[in-house]
Design a protein around this ligand. Structure first.
Ligand code: PBG
Length: 318
C-alpha cells in the first residue's frame, strides 16, 4: 500500500555520480574525508564507470586533479587535450560511447595555482579579485576542449556572470550544438564543500564569497536561475542540496528546464562519519536524504552515494 501511494520514487537513473581522475598516480588514492570515494587512475575510473552503469546510473560528472606542478595562474592545463580531465573524458567516451553520459566540470579551480575559479586581477583599491570577463573567455576554451574530448554535457560551476551564454556561443561556433549545458545556477559559498577541497587537492587559500552566493539569500537564486535559462542552460542546479531545499523547491516550481541538486561532499561526509560512529544508520539516512531532495523537486541528484543508493533501490525492488 505504501508503494502504491508513494508520491515520490527514487530511480537509479535520477542519480549523477561525481568522480575524480588524478594525474600522475599509479593506484587509486582514497580521499580521507570522503570514505569510499577515491581519486582514480584512468584504469580504475573505467572500472568504476562500468560498475555505475551496471547499477543503472546514466551520467557521471568528471573532475580532474592535475599534478601540482601543472597548475598555473590561469589553469591552462584545463583546456589542453592532454590535460588530465580531457584525457579522462576521452577514455570514458571511447570505452562507453553513449551508454553513459559524460559530464565534465567546466571550472578552473582545480587547475589554478591559487585555487580560485578564474583568473585574478586587482581592483581600483588594490584588492585581489577574480576577473569575471577574462575568466569567461577561458571557460569558452575549456568547454570547447571538453566537447572535443567527448563530453555530452559541460557543467560550468564557477558562478561567473554570463558564463552560460558565452559557453553556448563557443560550443555552437565550434560545431558542438548537441553538447548540453548543466549550469550551476544557485551555488552558495558553502562550508559544506570542505571535503571536496581535499578531493581535488585544491590550492585555495581564502573563500569564494565574491562569486558564490550568500547563504542568507533566497530571491537571488531565482534571478540566477532565470539568467541561466535565458542564456541557454539545458539544466539548472541548486547546490548544496539539503541545507537549500527551500531554494530547490522554488526553482523546481518555476523552471521550464530540468532542475538538478548537488548533495555535496560535506553532506556525504557527515552521513558517513555519523554512520561510522554508530550514531545514525547511514544507509537509511542516505535514502531519506535523497528522497527528501527528490521530494523538494530535483529531477537529477548529483551524489557520491549514487552507486550505493542505486544498488539499494535494485535490491528493494527486485
Ligand atoms: C568548483 C566546484 C566545487 C564543487 C564542485 N565544483 C567546489 C567549490 O566551489 O569550492 C564542490 C562539490 C562538493 O563539495 O562535493 N569547481
Amino acid at each position: 500500500m505504501r508503494e502504491l501511494v508513494a508520491e515520490n520514487t527514487l530511480r537509479p537513473a535520477d542519480f549523477i555520480l561525481p568522480m575524480f581522475i588524478a594525474d600522475g598516480i599509479d593506484e587509486p588514492n582514497p580521499i580521507g574525508s570522503m570514505p569510499g570515494v577515491v581519486q582514480h587512475t584512468t584504469g580504475s575510473l573505467l572500472d568504476a564507470v562500468a560498475e555505475a552503469r551496471d547499477a543503472g546510473i546514466r551520467c557521471i560528472d568528471l573532475f580532474g586533479v592535475p599534478r601540482p606542478g601543472d597548475k598555473d595562474a590561469t589553469g591552462s592545463v584545463a583546456w589542453r587535450a592532454d590535460g588530465i580531465l580531457n584525457r579522462g573524458v576521452t577514455a570514458v567516451r571511447e570505452r562507453f560511447g553513449d551508454e553513459i553520459l559524460v559530464m565534465a566540470d567546466t571550472c578552473l579551480d582545480e587547475f589554478t595555482d591559487h585555487g580560485h575559479c578564474g583568473v585574478l586581477a586587482e581592483d581600483r583599491s588594490g584588492h585581489t579579485i577574480v576577473d569575471n570577463d577574462a575568466t569567461v573567455e577561458l571557460y569558452r576554451r575549456m568547454a570547447v576542449s571538453q566537447a572535443e574530448a567527448g563530453a555530452h554535457i559541460v557543467s560550468p560551476s564557477g558562478m561567473m556572470d554570463g558564463q552560460v551564454a558565452a559557453i553556448r556561443e563557443a560550443l555552437d561556433d565550434a560545431g558542438h550544438g548537441d553538447v548540453a549545458i548543466m549550469a550551476y545556477s544557485a551555488k552558495y559559498a558553502s562550508a559544506f564543500f570542505g571535503p571536496f577541497r581535499e578531493a581535488v587537492g585544491s590550492s585555495l587559500d581564502g573563500d569564494r564569497r565574491a562569486y558564490q552566493q550568500d547563504p542568507a539569500n533566497f530571491r537571488e537564486s531565482l534571478l540566477e536561475v532565470e539568467l541561466d535559462i535565458d542564456e541557454g542552460a539545458d539544466f539548472v542546479m541548486v547546490k548544496p542540496a539539503l541545507p537549500y531545499l527551500d531554494v530547490l523547491r522554488a526553482v523546481a516550481d518555476t523552471s521550464p528546464v530540468p532542475v538538478a541538486a548537488y548533495q555535496v561532499s560535506g553532506e556525504y561526509a557527515m552521513i558517513k562519519a555519523a554512520g561510522a560512529n554508530g550514531w545514525v544508520d547511514a544507509d537509511a539516512v542516505m535514502m531519506e536524504s535523497l528522497t527528501s531532495i527528490k521530494r523538494a523537486g530535483a529531477d537529477q541528484i548529483l551524489t557520491y552515494f549514487a552507486v550505493d543508493a542505486a544498488r539499494r533501490l535494485q535490491e528493494t525492488r527486485g
